[in-house]
Design a protein around this ligand. Structure first.
Ligand code: GLA
Length: 730
């Protein structure tokens, strides 16, 4: 593994254990993509760029430079000189012209992984010592623009992290109209496009579609990465499965507007791109200034989707999530939202806490409605003063009573917002994102604070930190409940309005960074009306993210399958809630809801006071399971065994210890089957030659028998019935 430059051939090689990535330089100027795939050492692969074919490169055929640009596999294509495929860069000059052309200038290979200013990014943990970074410096001499293309690899990962920094070395302003972060060129192999799409309460459903000529992809222009699309794109060979087929995946470490596209070209090559969405974006780069585009994580697998998934999981656990809770047991929490909505007071919360404590719950999370005069969703965001009518004695009194009963205390906040009906808005209407002369569109009665404005960002910080200092608060659910419209800032000048969406995201990052610096032990859970900002960017700040407002176990299987395609189970906020489910009215067994929530962070979102004795006993049993299995789920390898999305009958996945010593299998059926024999499922992630005992039944199996022969699942009575098996190596 490592990065190597073959000087004779002008080829760079970046190797990880199971992959290799080659970049070539043509004519001493053009930086092109030669190969990305399984491990390969031979740097003679530069011919794969086809620069020797017609049209020959400009040094040999200056009469056809435009045709050369039309097909050359640029590593970082720019707009304006004959490459008509998706470009990564579009620059306007003061003269109003749009064109850029980047030529190789120099490079360096450095050990380690540099951070990106103000942005979340993968990093090398202290003492890691095995990350390496290639920086290729390119220049456009006419614009005076320098571009540093950055590629990092890690000693323990098959992922590649890419980013780009642009610097204006000229004397005039440059206007960046488009700055994507990564591009990948390849020949088409009958690829299919894999994306994760959805909506509120239906986030991240996996979807495959055949690649056709032209552009296709996913995007968000909502100011957040969104419920509708995940900043992820993969090309898969048609035979792809969990353990077969090839996958090229891009995942964006960013939480705002994005574009992820694949383009099948006239020559049957494919170009994949990813970056900040160019619509509405413009960044003024004054002389001497730099702009860094966020990181894209690239993963290649020739061992199917399963290997891709585990590469992402390990990369994020080892090199992205910074929280001290990463490897810690998270407290079992109960959140009062679905139990009370806005209708609660201190006594009601304490009653819930007392009962929940008896059943083994460790933390009460007080959700929306504790501040200002907030008895509904239309007011008080921004007025972060406790409502003493509901909570006499304030947060301190509540937290102390909880502490006295042995419960931790967590709190809900929606810091990026301001209600139209709030003191804050009445005082500072110009702190809301809006366009002068236009009535901004409300959503949930609220506007978004302009976090590009330092006083607004500082107010938010002071308000949130004052809340956290006022009581013993262990956990924050940081919510964000509307999408961006009327994009204008009364703070930014005319030339900077196109920067607002990105500056807003940077503002969110800055706030959370600052908060975690002051409260390093805080367990932060990000949330955006459920899973509307579930992205690697937020994971850099919070080790867990609320996955969806939909807590129905049956739908959660699909949502959690798509989420776990990329994110470790330790990051997936999952709770048991009441039935009929508040989102879709479905009724599922209490036991099943618990098993499904065990595939995430685990907790409760219900009125424990109204549970039957039987349900409370089930709750105690579930919590015991959580204590037993949480470490395995948090630290283990995830294997998808079967998907209800594909078979419409049942879902099955497992968490296996990295050393093969144990595994927890979760099986949930969609509908009960009449008069069938047992169903055979083949496990994965075990050691074939070892023997395993099923801790529920005492039965013994070899690893190979469970993986090749399979496990027999007896017919289970009832729709949505579920079962867990725990296997331990003898
Ligand atoms: C969002 C969250 C919910 C809840 C409400 C409170 O919708 O996703 O879990 O916190 O806000 O208003």
């Amino acid at each position: 593994m490592g990065i190597y430059f073959d000087e004779k051939r002008s080829v760079f090689r970046l190797s990880t254990e199971h992959t290799a990535y080659f970049i070539g330089i043509t004519d001493g100027k053009y930086v092109g993509h030669a190969y990305y795939g399984g491990p390969m050492e031979d740097c003679g692969c530069g011919y794969l760029m086809r620069a020797g074919e017609k049209p020959k490169p400009p040094s040999e055929n200056p009469w056809e430079k435009a045709s050369f640009a039309d097909s050359y596999p640029f590593e970082y294509p720019a707009w304006g000189v004959g490459d008509y495929r998706e470009s990564c860069l579009c620059v306007r000059t003061e003269g109003g012209h749009r064109c850029a052309e980047l030529f190789y200038e120099s490079h360096r290979i450095v050990s380690g992984k540099p951070g990106l200013p103000g942005l979340p990014a993968t990093f090398e943990r202290e003492g890691g010592g095995e990350a390496e970074t290639l920086e290729i410096v390119c220049k456009d001499p006419v614009l005076g623009l320098k571009a540093v293309l950055r590629y990092s690899i890690f000693g323990d990962s098959d992922a590649l992290a890419r980013s780009v920094t642009l610097t204006n070395e000229g004397e005039e302003n440059l206007y960046l109209e488009k700055v994507l972060s990564a591009c990948l060129e390849m020949d088409n192999e009958g690829y299919e496009l894999l994306t994760l799409n959805g909506s509120w309460a239906r986030e991240r459903h996996m979807e495959f579609s055949k690649l056709r000529h032209g552009f296709q992809g996913v995007e968000s222009l909502r100011g957040v990465s969104s419920h509708q699309a995940q900043p992820f794109l993969a090309l898969t060979t048609p035979d792809v499965g969990q353990d077969r087929g090839e996958v090229y995946a891009f995942h964006f470490v960013y939480s705002g507007n994005f574009s992820a596209r694949a383009e099948l070209t006239q020559f049957d090559t494919v170009r994949m791109t990813m970056g900040i969405h160019p619509d509405g974006f413009e960044w003024t780069l004054a002389p001497g200034e730099s702009f860094t585009a966020p990181e894209v994580v690239c993963v290649y697998s020739d061992r199917g989707l399963g290997a891709m998934t585990r590469t992402f999981h390990d990369l994020y656990r080892n090199h992205l999530i910074r929280s001290p809770y990463l490897h810690r047991k998270r407290p079992v929490l109960i959140n009062n939202w679905e139990a009370t909505y806005f209708d609660f007071d201190k006594e009601r919360l304490l009653e819930i806490a007392r009962r929940a404590k008896e059943d083994g719950v460790e933390m009460l999370v007080m959700d929306d409605g504790w501040f200002g005069k907030r008895d509904n969703e239309h007011c008080s965001l921004g007025d972060w003063q406790v409502n003493e009518r509901k909570l006499p004695g304030g947060l301190r009194a509540l937290s102390e009573e909880l502490k006295a009963m042995g419960m931790k205390f967590g709190i809900w906040l929606e810091p990026e917002m301001v209600s139209r009906d709030s003191e804050l808005y009445r005082e500072h209407p110009d702190w809301a994102i809006r366009i002068p002369g236009r009535e901004p569109a409300m959503s949930r009665g609220q506007y978004i604070l302009d976090l590009s404005r330092p006083e607004a960002a500082d107010y938010v910080y002071q308000a949130v930190s004052a809340v956290l200092r006022s009581a013993d608060i262990s956990y924050v659910k940081w919510d964000m409940n509307r999408q961006m419209t009327d994009i204008g800032s009364a703070y930014l000048g005319r030339e900077h309005q196109g920067e607002l969406c990105h500056r807003y995201v940077l503002g969110v990052y800055r706030l959370q960074e600052r908060l975690l610096r002051e409260f390093p032990d805080l367990l932060l859970e990000n949330c955006t009306s459920g899973g509307g900002r579930f992205d690697p960017g937020m994971l850099y700040y919070s080790p867990q993210i609320w996955c969806s407002d939909n807590t129905d176990a049956a739908e959660r299987l699909r949502i959690q399958e798509g989420t776990a395609l990329l994110y470790p189970l330790s990051a997936i906020g999952a709770h048991v809630s009441i039935c009929p489910n508040h989102v879709n009215g479905r009724v599922t067994p209490f036991e099943t809801r618990g098993y499904v929530a065990l595939g995430g962070t685990f907790g409760y979102e219900l009125d424990v006071v109204r549970l039957s004795d039987e349900e409370r006993q089930a709750m105690r049993d579930q919590i015991a399971l959580y204590h037993k299995y949480q470490e395995l789920v948090r630290e283990g390898d995830y294997y998808r065994i079967a998907s209800v999305r594909e078979n419409h009958e049942f879902d099955c996945y497992l968490a296996a210890a990295k050393d093969g010593s144990e595994a927890l299998v979760t099986y949930v059926q969609e509908t009960a089957r009449s008069n069938y024999h047992s169903r055979r499922i083949r496990l994965a992630g075990l050691l074939p030659k070892e023997r395993y005992v099923c801790t529920e039944t005492g039965e013994e199996f070899s690893g190979e028998l469970l993986m090749r022969g399979g496990l027999l699942v007896p017919p289970l009575p009832g729709d949505h019935a579920a079962k867990l098996w725990h296997f331990v190596k003898k």
